[in-house]
Design a protein around this ligand. Structure first.
Ligand SMILES: Cc1ncc(COP(=O)(O)O)c(C=O)c1O
Length: 367
């Protein structure tokens, strides 16, 4: 083991991504075309046609650098979210936004707060800058905002909240987030990570982008990877007041969002039909999966995202064991042992036939 680099970097356990289809085919001797991947909360409809056309048009200019300030995409986002374009930071995926926030608002030795069972990248973003992560125990698999408020220390500079949360799918209603924001000290930045916002039912939706007007320490983070079907392109964005946006702009890479991604995101943002189709499929898929879990008497966490966390056994080997049994049948899901949930698996909601293939494979795996 090399002794290069700081201790806090050597202490990092690398992010475990969903297993790629090609790798699974190689390892299990399967035909790639037969594999069902429900492991990375991707959009089962893939890239919207509108975005494909926009990318084809943008491809001719790939010899040039992308617009470093993302003028057109920011203008489209500003219009959509009714905020000034100067309040927007683009990211190479919203993962980039999370890391940019850590670098912009926290220095080594200070603390970053997040919930148990919340998105793995919060810990990584903190560790990557030598900050101390404070993990607040979850309540019913979700954020316990009262406990998070109480856990803020003198040196805490950043709080990450995932709403809905990944990998558990839990959701915090608007009123609870508002009450939390009203009590957080003004020098502590709150990143409200809404990667799955577009999957929320209409009655749960709220305009967090407008809350930014009241809270200079609020950063709202969104992505084009999920409902917009552009995970492979890597586009996310943050909305925050100018003081916070200015700091984030200082630490981001100058060309962090490529030209194809900028063009595709503008097209996808305006593709209402694609979003509606995805939301309808997600609702139907959630009903399909949870009906099967009920039939199999498996506990699951009610989800507000495009995935469901399901308990597949009582022993700590259950998640890994059932995962391998599914892989052998060509179904890739996400084990969550690294999240401290070794009895559970996270299943992304796919097309009806993909969900059905998973359910059939699960029944065999559990038999
Ligand atoms: C809660 C949450 N935030 C952020 C991300 C990052 O996604 P991306 O970098 O593709 O925008 C994910 C991806 O799974 C997520 O689940």
């Amino acid at each position: 083991m090399s002794q290069f680099g700081p201790d806090y970097i050597r202490a990092i356990a690398p992010y475990q991504a969903g297993k790629p289809i090609a790798e699974t085919a190689r390892e299990y001797g399967l035909d790639e075309a037969s594999i069902v991947k429900l492991a990375s909360n991707e959009n089962p409809f893939g890239v919207p046609e509108s975005a494909k056309a926009a990318m084809a048009a943008a491809a001719a200019e790939l010899g040039r650098y992308p617009d470093a300030n993302g003028f057109e995409l920011k203008a489209a986002l500003a219009k959509r979210y009714d905020v000034p374009a100067e309040w927007i930071t683009l990211g190479n995926g919203s993962n980039d936004i999370l890391e940019i926030a850590a670098r912009a608002f926290v220095q080594a030795g200070q603390s970053v707060l997040y919930a148990q069972y919340s998105f793995a990248v919060y810990a990584l973003a903190a560790q990557g800058i030598g900050a101390r992560g404070i993990v607040v125990p979850a309540r019913d698999h979700g954020h316990d905002l009262d406990a998070m408020l109480a856990a803020i220390e003198d040196d805490t500079r950043l709080v990450f909240i995932a709403n809905p949360n990944n990998p558990t799918g839990t959701f915090i209603p608007a009123a609870e987030i508002a009450a939390f924001l009203a009590k957080v000290p003004a020098h502590v930045v709150v990143v409200l990570d809404e990667a799955y916002n577009e999957y929320l039912d209409a009655q749960d939706q709220f305009e967090s982008s407008q809350w930014v007007r009241s809270y200079p320490n609020l950063v709202v983070s969104r992505t084009f990877s999920k409902a917009y079907g552009l995970a492979g392109l890597r586009v996310g964005f943050a909305i925050a007041q100018p003081a916070a946006t200015d700091l984030m702009n200082r630490v981001r890479q100058p060309f962090n969002v490529n030209s194809l991604a900028q063009a595709a995101a503008i097209a996808a943002l305006n593709d209402k039909a694609f979003l509606e189709q995805g939301a309808a499929n997600n609702r139907a898929g959630y009903a399909q999966l949870t009906a099967a879990f009920d039939e199999l008497k498996l506990q699951y966490v009610p989800s507000h995202g495009n995935f469901v966390l399901v308990k597949v056994g009582e022993d700590d080997g259950a998640g890994a064991r059932v995962n391998v049994a599914l892989l052998k049948q060509g179904v890739i899901v996400r084990p969550v042992g690294a999240y401290g949930l070794p009895q559970w698996l996270r299943i992304s909601i796919g097309l009806p036939q993909e969900n059905a293939a998973f359910i059939a494979a699960l029944k065999k795996a559990l038999a």
